[in-house]
Design a protein around this ligand. Structure first.
Ligand code: NAP
Length: 477
């Protein structure tokens, strides 16, 4: 049994959670402890006490700890990548890539710990000096989804610790394995004072809810669905806690007549279907200009027919299963609703059998869709993409922006004029030109607009906005 980590001790839960491999449901990845509200409160109390010890250590102490954690993640990339792919279902290459990203994130924030500068302003009163500094928030609650089980925890935990906060971390119940392995590295290689970092696995309705409602938790960073995020946001605002929400997407990829078709197909394929489409930044709406539409659809179908869907751990697999039975059912329900709305299923959308029992679904491509249809309004979170045919660039832009979400958007074009205008006019927080909507750098700000995100940006130096609080002091020398 893999235990929770509370106040510097590995502690049994009140129940056990069975982690199942979605590529082979006969394969049990491990049994993981589930905490309850009482144990979660113990973790919050431990973090509350430990924050004072941690913030008094030097920035170099914190930088060294982040560096050690990052180094171990990078050295163990193969082993941890395999664990990630086994429990979540993304391909081995994607799993290893995600672990590398997590390692790089810790390395980046090792440096950032030393770069947390302040400001000195000229006073407007004679002899008065004005200093602006950033201090840790205190105890930060971190709640993460199942689709990036090591990278998302890393890009929240690393800045939280680097900037001097204590952490209570609740990973997604569906995939606790990578989160547990990361926590074990933080606990051992990080060598942090007891209570600075706590892992509490268990259901969101108990563990997550207790974190969100705890008065000792000053800030909550959440990534997950829009519904849960909004509820957490209301709770935090009601009690005056800082909150950062990264939620769903319905990301458009515009393909103009002048696009290089090979680039467009490869960008759409990767953006829509890699990681089984289970990315908040996935290109789920392909907005295609009429002149290239038929060639693009034909080229996509040809490429999709060669896409190898199979066991995530097999080296030739290009797309693994979806993560769970619930996710598979949700994907199928959306596929059925799109068909009922009159969309044409041009490819895929079928449950597949492989040599091991798993949640395999062939990548689904719909044509003849309209932007107002349910399939184009709601996040599916699976290997399902739609094609929306448009007449010109202006219609493409208006369609791309006509969504309640605003995480990522993309355009495939060889026109500098349209590329530049799209970068300016897109209502998303991240814009890609001739690149997939999914796939971002760890040193650059990450986040969206409208219904996709709320609060400060994540990642890069921008992360300091959420994990620190500004203090202004005046001194009469
Ligand atoms: P979810 O169901 O909202 O769960 C996210 C996390 O919140 C899980 O750890 C969950 O616990 C927890 N939770 C559930 N109810 C809670 C409550 N009442 N109080 C506190 N915590 C609670 O989302 P998901 O299905 O795991 O992830 C998929 C979603 O994440 C998609 O919508 C996707 O777009 C979004 N996402 C967004 C980004 C981004 O950066 N914008 C990145 C990745 C994913 P359990 O363990 O019980 O599930």
């Amino acid at each position: 049994m893999f235990k929770n980590y509370i106040a510097g001790e590995w502690i049994d839960g009140v129940a056990a959670n069975c982690n199942v491999n979605p590529s082979d449901t006969n394969d049990i990845v491990g049994e993981y402890a589930r905490a309850d509200a009482r144990q979660t409160t113990m973790a919050v109390d431990a973090a509350f006490e430990a924050q004072w010890v941690w913030r008094k250590l030097t920035a170099e102490d914190r930088a060294d700890a982040m560096d050690r954690i990052g180094s171990e993640l990078l050295v163990r990339r193969e082993e941890l990548g395999r664990l990630l792919s086994r429990e979540e279902g993304k391909t081995l290459a994607e799993g290893i890539g995600e672990v590398v990203r997590a390692g790089r994130v810790f390395k980046f924030f090792a440096g950032e710990a030393l770069r947390l500068g302040g400001e000195k302003l000229p006073g407007i009163r004679q002899g008065v000096e004005v200093d602006v500094v950033r201090e840790p928030e205190g105890v930060v609650g971190i709640i993460t989804p199942w689709n990036f089980p090591i990278a998302i925890p890393a890009w929240k935990i690393a800045p939280a610790l680097a900037y001097g906060n204590a952490v209570v971390f609740k990973p997604a119940d569906l995939v606790p394995g990578s989160a547990w392995a990361l926590s074990e590295i933080i606990a051992r290689a990080g060598n942090l004072p007891a209570g600075v970092f706590n892992l509490v696995m268990g259901p969101g309705s108990q563990v997550g809810d207790t974190i969100v409602k705890s008065p000792k938790v000053r800030a909550v960073s959440f990534t997950g669905s829009t519904g849960t995020g909004r509820r957490i946001g209301i709770e935090c605002m009601t009690r005056g806690a800082k909150v950062q929400l990264e939620m769903g997407g319905k990301n458009p990829l515009v393909i103009l007549d002048d696009a290089d078709i090979d680039v467009a197909v490869s960008v759409a394929l990767s953006g829509s279907f890699f990681s089984s489409g289970q990315r908040c930044t996935a290109s789920s709406r392909l907005i295609v200009q009429a002149g290239i539409h038929d060639d693009f659809v034909a080229a996509m179908i040809e490429r999709l027919s060669r896409l190898k869907v199979g066991n995530a751990l097999h080296s030739d697999t290009e797309m693994g299963p979806v993560a769970s039975r619930d996710q598979l059912d949700q994907d199928i329900a959306y596929i059925e609703s799109a068909r009922a709305d009159g969309c044409v299923l041009a490819f895929g959308g079928e449950v597949l059998q492989r040599e091991t029992p798993g949640y395999y679904l062939s990548p689904a491509l719909f044509t003849e869709t309209r932007n107002h249809m349910k399939i184009n309004r709601e996040e599916v979170f699976g290997p399902v993409a739609t094609v929306i045919k448009v007449g010109d660039y202006e219609q493409a832009l208006a369609t791309a922006n006509d969504t309640e979400f605003g995480l990522s958007s993309g355009i495939c074009t060889t026109s500098l004029k349209y590329a530049s205008d799209f970068r300016r006019s897109s209502s998303a927080g991240m814009v890609m030109v001739n690149l997939p909507t999914a796939g971002v750098d760890y040193h650059a700000p990450f986040g969206g607009r409208k219904g996709s995100s709320y609060g400060a940006r994540e990642q890069g130096a921008y992360a300091r906005e959420f994990y620190t609080s500004v203090k202004t002091s005046y001194t009469l020398a």
